[in-house]
Write a protein that binds this ligand. Structure first.
Ligand SMILES: [Zn+2]
Ligand SMILES: [Zn+2]
Length: 670
């Protein structure tokens, strides 16, 4: 008897081993085994059992680790597809699917039960079941539920404006699946940032039926959760993208909430995109996948246009509340009048005052944390940079330090210029902390709070700030995009965007899409209660179509205009692309390797079928001490790119000092 085994190494091969007679009864597909590999003994996973092999002198497996298969047939199929599509080994994809308590060949773990952080809330009255559905919710549900009843694969893009009742659609679709004795997986962008969504699920389905997974769970908590799934106690799994590997069986519905979010792309091996992978898992398990968003990614809308998935719209808010009115403040004009660049314009200030007088709450949004965002010597022009990255350090007032937002390098504030020793250091740029301090100056009596990834890092502080804002102990909340994610505060009537230009100026082809999406999501936080909402957007480029379309809440015209630009520049979703990212601590090595690789790709590019771009340095040229270059390969068909890269890279050996990462369907090239 022989088994085929994958190992967690960047090797594409599957390895054949013989099975000693005394282990013949215990081997099974999906079980892990200890196998001799080169001079070591490592963990492998059985993916096939055969009665013969073409390999001569196979070694024997040492030991079978699992009593029952750890990986189901579905997960094996999913990881196999993933390895092929995202350019990693099957063994690496399987490693990602192994729950962390089982890593390194472990089989069990001592457990202690811990209460989840999310079960602390009271029963707010806005969490009761909504018996009245809008016409559009009804229509959407009829179609989705009928599909669930067939037990066949289906994919839907649920495009619903903010507060249009998408969650209620998810709930009822899940109820329909549970009625058929099936289960559900719900993806949220980040567990810690979506406490309200999770509360609503718990109140609706009860915490006994739900498992919540996230990176802060300990191994023993994860083990308990895994056992609950195995015992069939869990009906609904809620988690971030890694929940795609959940061992939940008999899945009827897969929901991807806020499907446009960047956090759904994994940046390490396997570099998968959750939306694509969730569609794949739904196909394998014959489930219905629902992708929900107020601002769907261009990819998903394009998929709907080309008939790959079905788009359903929820174009009106529930409870009949109107979309907030949006006003744009031209900051060029404000700067001219005031003869300086203000953080908060007069218009914004007046509106905040009005809201405070009416005892209503305000959210101010700025997608940049810290205090000053760069430090510059006005004598010699020096900008204080990170030691390991080619990016400016950001001043964090509360920690009295300079921090790199890319690698977390931290250093103290310099007293004088490290370059010329002059004492002309000036602090420029505005982060959330500076906005907070400006608000204290302008509104000394207001209670001001802040939510960004700095406050999030202090485990409970974020949850406290969230509760304080909800219970109206805070009047004005300043924050980064952590504020934009699905939060619902009925007393917020004013949402201010301090600078729409921050995201617009990111050197990424999705900058406009991200700006439109962020502005729309942020604006959606206003006017969710009885009082009407208002949104004020400050910008130096008011004429930009991303801002103009957000002003009119007009997704369709944004989509049309952006697609013209993508078509002209041959960018996704019109074409598919893969980025070959090279990095090395030795600058010359990476430059030389990038040139060799690009030449080799061009040589194999018969009849110029592919578009090959580069090599070129990445926008963040140096990151964590690595110099970075990239080559981009484009073609209208993903499979053609895959075949081409396999042919080229299969024969090519990456030099020792250089690392190559193939990123298929990259979210951003940074
Ligand atoms: Zn200087
Ligand atoms: Zn850095």
């Amino acid at each position: 008897m022989f088994v085929q085994v994958t190992v967690n190494l960047p090797l594409k091969n599957i390895f054949d081993y013989s099975v000693p007679q005394h282990l013949e009864d215990s081997v099974d597909v999906g079980k892990r085994v200890w196998v001799p590999f080169r001079n070591r003994v490592i963990v492998g996973c059985i993916i096939n059992i055969n009665s013969n092999t073409n390999i001569r002198n196979t070694k024997a497996i040492k030991e079978v680790i699992d009593e029952t298969p750890l990986l189901s047939d579905d997960i094996l199929r999913l990881t196999h597809w993933m390895a092929d599509y995202y350019f990693c080994s099957w063994g690496e994809a399987i490693e990602a699917a192994i729950p962390s308590p089982f890593k390194k060949g472990k089989t069990s773990i001592r457990t202690k039960i811990a209460e989840s952080d999310f079960l602390t809330s009271e029963h707010p009255d806005d969490l009761v079941r909504e018996d009245m559905l809008t016409l559009h919710q009804n229509k959407a549900l009829t179609e989705i539920i009928n599909h669930i009843k067939t037990g066949e694969y289906g994919a839907y893009l649920l495009h619903g404006i903010t507060a249009s009742g998408k969650t209620e659609v998810y709930f009822r679709a899940i109820e329909a699946a549970l009625k058929k004795n099936k289960t559900a997986i719900v993806f949220v962008p980040e567990i810690a940032l979506t406490p309200q969504t999770i509360e609503r699920f718990i109140h609706r389905f009860g915490k006994d039926a739900i498992a919540i997974t996230h990176s802060r769970l300990s191994n023993s908590e994860k083990f308990v959760e895994w056992q609950r799934i195995k015992n069939g106690e869990v009906k609904i799994m809620i988690g971030p993208r890694s929940a795609i590997f959940s061992s939940l069986e008999n899945i009827g519905v897969i929901v991807v909430d806020e499907e446009h979010e960047n956090t759904y792309k994994q940046e390490d091996v396997p570099r998968y995109n959750l939306v694509t992978t969730a569609i794949k898992r739904a196909q394998i398990t014959k489930a219905v996948v629902i992708l929900g968003s107020a601002t769907p990614s261009l990819e998903s809308t394009y998929k709907a246009q080309t008939g790959i998935i079905k788009r359903i719209e929820l174009p009106e808010r529930i409870k009949g509340s109107d979309l907030p009115t949006v006003q744009i403040v031209d900051m060029r004009e404000q700067s001219r009048i005031l003869k300086r660049r203000p953080i908060i314009s007069k218009v914004m200030e007046d509106n905040i005052n009005r809201s405070l007088q009416k005892k209503e709450q305000v959210i101010l949004f700025l997608n940049r944390r810290g205090f000053s965002t760069f430090i510059h010597c006005s004598k010699c022009g020096y900008v204080v940079h990170c030691k390991r990255c080619s990016t400016a350090l950001v001043h964090h007032f509360d920690r009295e330090s300079l921090i790199c937002h890319h690698c977390d390098y931290k250093t103290s504030l310099p007293k004088m210029c490290p370059e010329c020793n002059g004492d002309y250091l000036r602090y420029f740029g505005t982060g959330t902390q500076k906005v907070e301090s400006e608000l204290h100056r302008l509104f000394p009596n207001a209670r001001i709070g802040r939510m960004d990834s700095d406050t999030l890092a202090k485990k409970t502080a974020h949850f406290e700030a969230f509760k304080d804002f909800k219970s109206r102990k805070i009047d004005v909340m300043v924050g980064t995009q952590v504020l934009a994610k699905g939060l619902d505060f009925p007393n917020v009537t004013l949402v201010g965007v301090i600078s729409a230009d921050v995201t617009l100026n990111i050197p990424d082809f999705r900058a406009s899409e991200r700006t439109f999406s962020l502005l729309t999501q942020v604006a959606g936080r206003a006017g969710r209660g009885k009082a009407p909402g208002k949104v004020i957007i400050q910008t130096y480029t008011p004429e930009h179509y991303a801002i103009q379309c957000a002003l009119k809440h007009d997704y369709d015209s944004f989509y049309e205009q952006e697609m013209v630009f993508r078509k002209q520049l041959k960018l996704p979703p019109y074409i598919n692309m893969a980025a070959l990212n090279l990095r090395s601590k030795k600058e010359q090595s990476v430059i030389k390797t990038a040139e060799v690789l690009a030449n080799m790709l061009r040589k194999h590019n018969k009849a110029d079928k592919m578009i090959i771009m580069g090599p070129s340095p990445l926008p963040i040229y140096k990151l964590r001490g690595y110099f970075r270059w990239s080559i981009v390969v484009k073609h209208s068909d993903a499979l053609t790119i895959n075949k081409f890269l396999r042919m080229c890279l299969g024969r090519w050996k990456v030099p020792a000092q250089v690392k190559l990462a193939v990123d298929v369907d990259p979210r951003m090239i940074m």
